[in-house]
Design a protein around this ligand. Structure first.
Ligand SMILES: [Zn+2]
Ligand SMILES: [Zn+2]
Length: 382
């Protein structure tokens, strides 16, 4: 069938909404009629080449190029049809997507860590993980899909490992937004950061992921949550969802309230959730981290970034830790339903973070608005 999708055909090319062809789902695959798709920053990383995968790795994925690709890896919708051998999903079911598939069988899934499922290696580009062939086409070209999803499309065909069923009374727009950024941020604080009651937490970068981190810290019992963002409107927004203090940089926090707030001890946990992670930010985070404190690197850095600024002596002498995380280090099938329940009960803020809804024709405008700092979260409504 022909559907409208937002694709990028070349490095640094714009988002273009085009008619594409999609095939029917085969074994272990599901066709979903999309309801909402969140506009996360990560898709932009691929468009501008930050996530340029080396050619050898692309060859392993079975492609020569990451282009053209369908963007989008946050989303929700309703199952339209299922292929053979699909367990536990049927037409009419409500689903959220997961940008990390959970196969349930690899060592990492089996040991309770599906957020690092082996299938994750295939998610940047390439054919269907079910059988290595293609379902999405643009003219005579096969289309990659961001994170094996490509949710900026009226319909998607994806592997069942990339979907999770949600109860029909939950809000589909909230499900789309929780499915990546908010869940990742929440887990970065509450799980990977190990925030404990009474902790002082700083969140550097207060967009979608940071908004999840602020709330994760609050739920975990933080005594104070410091929202740090160069964009004052994002700091203001964070203050409305649980942050107790705001600053435009870590230096700003250090020279104003941090000393008094922590009796000179600095923050127990600092979470890095800017739109793009860069090496200099590690030391900026460390410089406001307490002895024995934890720095969590959540945001995506360019693949070519191999240098970080870090005062190694202080890092050692202060017994500090630097932790990476993907999906906040929680199983998507656990975290997404859990946060939806909290949202349903009014304990997790999602709707207030939506700056604007866009149509599938307006994806490029949505990303221009994100770059201009106008969006905490833009969302495509189908
Ligand atoms: Zn995302
Ligand atoms: Zn797995």
């Amino acid at each position: 069938m022909q559907v409208k999708a937002a694709i990028v055909t070349e490095l640094n090319g714009p988002w273009r909404t085009e008619l594409i062809d999609i095939d029917e789902p085969r074994a272990h695959e599901v066709k979903v009629k999309m309801a909402f798709a969140g506009m996360c920053h990560s898709d932009e990383h691929t468009r501008v080449g930050d996530m340029a995968v080396p050619t050898e790795v692309l060859a392993y994925m079975g492609v020569e190029s990451m282009f053209p690709f369908i963007g989008g890896h946050e989303g929700s919708g309703v199952v339209e049809t299922v292929g053979e051998n699909v367990d536990g999903l049927a037409p009419g079911d409500h689903v959220a997507v997961s940008f990390i598939p959970s196969c349930g069988k690899c060592e990492y899934c089996a040991s309770g860590r599906p957020y690092i499922c082996d299938l994750g290696a295939t998610t940047l580009a390439g054919p269907m993980i079910s059988d290595g062939t293609w379902r999405h086409h643009y003219g005579d070209k096969n289309l990659n899909r961001y994170a094996q999803l490509g949710t900026f499309s009226e319909y998607i065909v994806v592997h069942e490992a990339s979907l999770l069923k949600i109860d029909p009374w939950y809000d589909l727009r909230a499900a789309a937004l929780i499915s990546c950024g908010l869940a990742t941020g929440f887990g970065s604080a509450a799980t990977r950061g190990g925030v404990k009651p009474g902790d002082v937490v700083a969140v550097i970068g207060c967009g979608g992921v940071g908004s999840g981190a602020v709330q994760g810290a609050v739920h975990a019992g933080a005594r104070a949550v410091i929202a740090i963002d160069t964009n004052q409107s994002k700091v203001d927004r964070a203050m409305k969802i649980g942050a107790t203090h705001g600053a435009i940089s870590s230096l700003d926090a250090a020279f104003t309230f941090l000393n008094e707030l922590t009796a000179g001890k600095n923050c127990d946990v600092v979470i890095l959730t800017p739109g793009r992670l860069t090496g200099d930010l590690i030391e900026q985070a460390r410089s406001i981290t307490a002895k024995g404190g934890v720095i969590v690197a959540t945001a995506i850095a360019p693949f070519a970034q191999t240098q970080v600024e870090l005062n190694l002596a202080m890092f050692t002498l202060y017994n500090q830790e630097l932790r990476g995380t993907i999906f906040g280090s929680v199983a998507p099938r656990v975290q997404i339903p859990r946060l939806l329940k909290l949202h349903h009960e009014g304990k997790f803020i999602v709707d207030e973070l939506v700056s604007r809804e866009y149509s599938i024709d307006e994806v490029n405008q949505g990303y221009l608005d994100l770059e201009a700092g106008k969006n905490v979260r833009g969302v495509v409504r189908f």
